[in-house]
Design a protein around this ligand. Structure first.
Ligand code: FMN
Length: 227
């Protein structure tokens, strides 16, 4: 984050925007234990400002090792859930209530671990349990090093997730280096620590297209019913 971003962030926290029209009423976000948590935290603030009226965030236990739930609470404006048995003043059974009130569930960053769990219907934490009960679109943004991304198990799990109807914003290959493919979710200088470079604009474009297609489909169903 550069200085400009810091100032922008600060002005937002002090003077919240009261803009009316949002694309999404309730956005549910899951964050898992990837170093990408650091970049995606800033996107939460941008989504709150421009795209979603209300944002609820769930962090996996491992995500909280990279950044605190308190920071995400400040950025999202709501209590951050980290456990299936958490409750807030308004929400008592989070895996039911959080997904039922949401319009979209965005898991960013998504670790190889959560991708594997979703492929197999495992529900051993709040994020995976919410994903299995979700009737709204679930979008995953994988973030991991190229060895993990290209492993046979991960590639199989990605294919299974697509079959199951999960939406995936896939990393793009940008060249070859160190004998393997370089993926642009990683830092450009190929340090050991992968940093997401999927941009905020790419995420918004993906969500907009997804919701527009979904709306066109439901309009079609309504039109068919009236024929
Ligand atoms: C410094 C560090 C960075 C990590 N970055 C990633 C990552 O980018 N992607 C990933 O899939 N796992 C990453 N891991 C491993 C996950 O944290 C680990 O697999 C964990 O069990 C994931 O748990 P969760 O999916 O419940 O959050 C990282 C671990 C460490 C210590």
């Amino acid at each position: 984050m550069n200085n400009h971003h810091h100032l922008y962030l600060l002005s937002f926290i002090i003077l919240p925007s009261l803009d009316g029209a949002f694309l999404i009423d309730n956005l549910l976000i899951g964050m898992t234990g990837s170093i990408g948590v650091i970049s995606y935290s800033e996107f939460i603030f941008l989504l709150r400002k421009n795209i979603a009226k209300n944002i609820n965030v769930i962090m996996s236990k491992n995500a909280t090792k990279f950044i605190t739930p308190f920071s995400i609470r400040v950025l999202s404006g709501n209590f951050v859930f980290t456990d299936t048995f958490d409750e807030s003043e308004k929400i008592f059974v989070p895996h039911l209530e959080l997904v039922r009130k949401s319009d979209l569930f965005l898991i960013m960053p998504a670790t190889a671990n959560i991708i594997g769990k979703l492929a197999n219907g495992i529900c051993d934490d709040l994020i995976s349990t919410c994903a299995l009960s979700a009737k709204v679109p679930v979008v995953l943004i994988p973030n991991m090093n190229s060895d993990m991304w290209f492993s046979k198990a991960n590639q199989r799990n990605i294919a299974l997730n697509k079959e199951l109807g999960y939406h995936i914003i896939e990393p793009k290959e940008v060249g070859m280096s160190h004998g393997g493919a370089v993926i642009d979710t990683f830092s450009k200088n190929q340090s050991e620590i992968p940093i997401s470079t999927i941009t905020y604009e790419e995420i918004v474009a993906f969500i907009k297209e997804l919701l527009t297609t979904k709306k066109e489909q439901s309009d079609l169903h309504i039109a068919e019913k009236h024929d």
